[in-house]
Write a protein that binds this ligand. Structure first.
Ligand code: NAD
Length: 395
């Protein structure tokens, strides 16, 4: 079939198999073009491995460090003429390239929050990999079913304490609108922490430890975001910010779990990038379009793969053995985003932004192109007029 983008708000409901594969290969080529990372991990589990920061982490581990990888994700294969989700196509392409490079690569598609998928991962690791020396936790999910009670929790992106009105970018109409987000209830906060907080990260690490699958010196990293003051009411100080605080609480608990294997848990604060998760956050897409224009002009612009290569090479491995952290104990991969010259420039543009000056003051075109690329569209070298088979299977 001929596959075209069908954008519905902040998602595209179609994905292009060869476009997604080319995107994945491009990220692999980027890592291969960089110096190899010394002292990297050998056996890596990535939870949330199919898109965004998780996929980039998996690529940096495999192609930057020569690691074997097990990827866990929740994607939909192609069914009845419907295309698969991008993470499915990305992961098929990743596995193919990793195997061609002589690396072990295996994937589990299912709900990472469930006991069943954790057990499957443990069995696969036991059978194929031996002990794990790095676990990347990169889930972004709107809901979680508690594995013990069966209760379903939904995460929200709401301010806390009071309603909050802010500008946002309507990417369909290319207009700047104002929206008021209702203040979260206590239940919204609890539910968001349950989904996007650290409880499930702890369960993964405990499960691996109980199965004696953690190698000596094993590391684990989960991802956080802070960003500029303009987005704090919906992000850092909102429901999702509470979940991220819980991730930091979990880090301390996991450090205790890992003490017996001389392991360490970290939270890395990453840069704002275009992913399926970030495009759903009200106001954050507007910030990203402004940020990208400024960072492309002033320097330091990175996507997921540049960030993750740098995190592996400069922070977690490749150094003198001690991972650089800030006064809160966090790895700061958002260092370039948060530089004063960048944030001061964003703060000048933010109040001026209006529908009439979107092209002048933001990287709207760049944002749109990157958004479509997440789904495999607009990728160089792909013939979008050609018939393509949507059903692509893992080998
Ligand atoms: P993403 O949407 O690109 O990826 C989410 C991943 O989680 C996918 O692999 C998906 O398959 C997987 N997933 C979702 N629900 C699942 C489930 N129930 N079971 C198994 N897998 C599941 O998201 P992303 O933007 O790369 O976010 C990853 C992490 O990075 C999040 O913690 C996010 O807060 C953080 N982060 C993102 C940004 C950003 O700008 N995108 C910035 C800083 C930090």
């Amino acid at each position: 079939m001929i596959i075209r983008p069908k954008v519905r708000g902040f998602v595209c409901v179609t994905a292009h198999p060869t476009g997604c594969a080319a995107n994945t290969r491009e990220q692999i080529e980027f890592v291969k073009s960089q110096p190899a990372i010394n002292g990297g991990p050998k056996n890596v589990l990535v939870v949330g491995a199919s898109t965004g920061y998780g996929l980039a982490s998996r690529i940096a581990a495999a192609f930057g460090c020569g690691a074997n990888t097990l990827g866990v994700f929740f994607e939909r294969p192609s069914e009845r003429g419907r295309t698969a989700t991008p993470g499915w196509y990305n992961s098929v392409a990743f596995e193919k390239e990793a195997k061609a490079a002589g690396l072990y690569a295996s994937s589990i598609n299912g709900d990472a929050f469930s006991n069943e998928i954790k057990e499957q991962a443990i069995e696969r690791i036991k059978a194929d990999m031996g002990k794990i020396d790095l676990i990347i936790y990169s889930l972004a999910s709107p809901r979680r079913t508690d594995p013990e009670t069966g209760e379903v929790y939904r995460s929200t992106l709401k301010p806390i304490g009071a309603d909050f009105s802010n500008k946002y970018l309507d990417t369909d109409k290319k207009t700047i609108q104002k929206a008021t987000l209702e203040a979260a209830t206590d239940e919204d906060i609890r539910n968001t922490v349950k989904v996007m907080g650290g409880e499930d990260w702890e369960l993964w690490i405990q499960g691996l430890k109980d199965a004696d699958l953690l190698d000596d010196g094993c590391k684990t990293v989960a991802y956080d975001y802070i960003g500029p003051k303009a987005t704090w009411p919906v992000y850092k100080e909102g429901t999702i910010g509470q979940a991220k605080l819980d991730l930091r609480r979990a880090k301390a608990a996991i450090n205790e779990t890992l003490a017996s294997v001389n392991g360490e848990a970290h939270v890395s604060v990453n840069k704002a990038v275009v992913t399926q998760a970030s495009s759903a956050i009200p106001g954050v897409n507007l910030y990203i379009t402004i940020l990208f224009k400024i960072m492309k002009e002033l320097g330091g612009h990175e996507g997921c793969i540049e960030q993750m290569y740098r995190m592996f090479g400069d922070r977690i491995y490749g150094g003198n053995g001690s991972i650089p952290i800030d006064e809160l104990g966090l790895i700061r991969m958002d260092d370039l985003e948060m530089k004063d010259n960048i944030q001061n420039a964003v703060a000048v543009v933010w109040p001026q932004i209006a529908t009439e000056n979107v092209d002048e003051l933001t990287d709207f075109e760049g944002y749109q192109a990157e958004f479509l690329r997440l789904f495999g569209f607009g990728v160089d070298g792909i013939d979008y007029e050609a018939e393509v088979e949507p059903e692509v299977e893992f080998e």
